[in-house]
Design a protein around this ligand. Structure first.
Ligand SMILES: Cc1cc2nc3c(=O)[nH]c(=O)nc-3n(C[C@H](O)[C@H](O)[C@H](O)COP(=O)(O)O)c2cc1C
Length: 173
């Protein structure tokens, strides 16, 4: 019987990565910039665009995101003990693009961010920010899960968030 609706997952071992990516892309998310103070020999703070951000615990407050092991920033994320997470606003698609370019993660514009009380970069104009300290890092296939304690946060409910779904961002500009 023809059926155009989504089919349940099977336990078949062979997975087509593109098909899996497409299925996962049906799940709409926000877009975050995760940003750390300089570590090792880095001269500047560094940042990466992610949509793997998730809330984990309210008491104590904890969140997570995952970093792909082939990222040029991978070693830096294993080294840093803290970072800021900024949830982008609908008019911040340019920042989403900027920090998703391979090998381009230095935060060179000091006017684009403020430092949290803990010293982590928080993007100006974000709809929410979380000042985080690394709690644990867990291995997870081709990613590492980075679990963090939330030290402080802020949000602006008067503005719309940027949305990522089916491989594209949706905002106001
Ligand atoms: C909307 C969006 C979400 C992304 N989410 C993640 C993520 O959760 N984790 C991750 O490691 N990379 C994520 N990326 C990819 C990185 O931003 C970056 O493009 C990728 O790591 C390639 O650059 P790099 O090798 O220099 O890190 C995302 C990219 C986009 C555009």
């Amino acid at each position: 019987m023809p059926d155009s609706s989504a089919q349940p997952a099977t336990d078949a071992p062979a997975v087509d990565p593109l098909a899996l990516r497409k299925a996962l892309g049906q799940f709409a998310t926000g877009v975050c910039i995760v940003a750390s103070p300089p570590v090792a020999d880095e001269a500047q703070p560094f940042a990466i665009t992610v949509n793997s951000f998730a809330s984990v615990s309210l008491d104590p407050p904890m969140v997570l995101w995952s970093v792909q092991k082939d990222s040029t920033t991978y070693a830096l994320w294993l080294e840093t003990r803290q970072f800021g997470i900024s949830v982008l606003a609908a008019d911040q698609a340019a920042l989403c693009d900027q920090f998703a370019v391979r090998g381009n993660h230095a935060m060179t514009d000091p006017d684009a961010y403020v430092l949290s009380g803990n010293g982590s970069p928080l993007v100006r104009g974000a709809v929410a920010t979380f000042d985080c300290r690394v709690n644990a890092i867990h291995d997870a296939g081709d990613h590492k899960l980075i679990l963090a304690d939330v030290l402080a946060f802020a949000s602006d409910a008067s503005r719309e968030p940027l949305i990522y779904v089916r491989g594209g961002v949706h905002g106001s500009s």
